[in-house]
Design a protein around this ligand. Structure first.
Ligand code: C2E
Ligand code: CA
Ligand code: CA
Ligand code: CA
Length: 277
């Protein structure tokens, strides 16, 4: 191979349709997006295991930057947290979610909405009163709202987090422990959290059909949740085989790409009409 050939080949390789390296988003980009209302919500169905009835949707933040494309919440949520902007974002998105729920209610649709709270929001002392007022403003029954907090959020400032969650429970909101199985909460810690629902992390669900040992872990997790009177939700269900195992294990609800990816409101309506629920 001559150096000229190599040069041409390298040139070509550099011109393949490999995506350009992701450009960094800055906190300025983020503030502009907040102001412009460019951060929106997609909604992923949560279905009953028995009968696959639509029980609720999980609201997931989405940001489409005009030049930089889709920015993952895995990037911009930590950015907002680092810059003290997470409470602003959270309140903005909660407002959007409640408005959307009100619109669905007016169409006669009565499924729940789940919303992810940053661990930092558990230190936002005014959150529960603010949320209760918001629910009233939009005529939304608090027991049709679920607030998801990750297992790990409950490990650090446990006492403080529990106080905020207890306030929210008193107002009637549901509480889900998210990503269960990725942290190290023990059964005793878990029993102190005023939760209503346990969301079993995708890593425990993934390929459970082909990994018997994982089935054992899953079965004991479902057992623990039942003892604590928690609704069990399996997230990240991607195959029929995994779903079948979850039926056998007695999980209450499922969520995952096998049923639907997160959808914008118009697409969710289409999905509902198409009759999967
Ligand atoms: P999460 O709360 O665990 O949300 C579930 C994530 O798994 C979502 O990713 C969803 O799109 C994805 N997912 C759902 N089903 C499947 C499946 O079958 N297979 C696979 N591989 N993935 C599936 P997404 O939307 O990128 O969100 C990532 C994380 O960002 C969320 O994880 C949550 O921790 C955080 N997040 C998203 N929206 C918000 C928000 O509004 N506020 C806060 N504080 N965090 C948010
Ligand atoms: Ca979640
Ligand atoms: Ca999760
Ligand atoms: Ca997660």
């Amino acid at each position: 191979e001559t150096s000229l050939l190599r040069f041409v080949r390298d040139l070509k390789n550099n011109q393949t349709d490999e995506p350009p390296p992701p450009s960094e988003v800055t906190v300025i980009d983020f503030c502009n997006a907040l102001d412009a209302g460019d951060i929106t919500l997609a909604y992923q169905p949560k279905l009953t295991v028995q009968g696959l009835i639509l029980r609720g949707v999980e609201a997931l933040a989405r940001w489409k930057h005009p030049q930089k494309g889709n920015i993952s919440p895995g990037v911009f949520i930590p950015l907002a947290e680092r810059h003290g902007l997470i409470d602003t974002l959270t309140r903005e998105l909660l407002q959007k979610a409640f408005k959307q729920k009100q619109a669905w209610q007016q169409m006669g649709l009565r499924f729940h909405i789940a919303f992810n709270l940053s661990p930092l929001s558990l230190a936002d002392a005014g959150l529960s009163d603010w949320l209760a007022d918001l629910a009233q403003e939009y005529s939304i029954p608090p027991d049709e709202i679920t607030l998801e907090v990750t297992e790990n959020a409950l490990l650090g400032e446990l006492a403080c987090a529990i106080r905020t969650l207890a306030r929210l429970r008193l107002k009637g909101f549901n509480i889900a422990i998210d990503d269960y199985g990725t942290g190290f909460a023990n059964a005793q810690q878990l029993s102190r959290v005023p939760a209503t629902e346990l969301k079993i992390d995708r890593s425990l669900i993934h390929q459970v059909a082909t990994r018997p040992q994982q089935g054992t872990i899953l079965a004991s997790t479902v057992d623990l949740a039942k003892n604590l009177k928690l609704i069990t939700v399996a997230e990240g269900v991607e195959t029929l085989e995994d779903y079948r195992i979850l039926v056998d294990l007695g999980v209450d609800q499922v969520q995952g790409f096998y049923f639907s990816k997160p959808l914008y409101p118009d697409d969710l309506l289409e999905w509902i009409k198409s009759g999967l629920s």
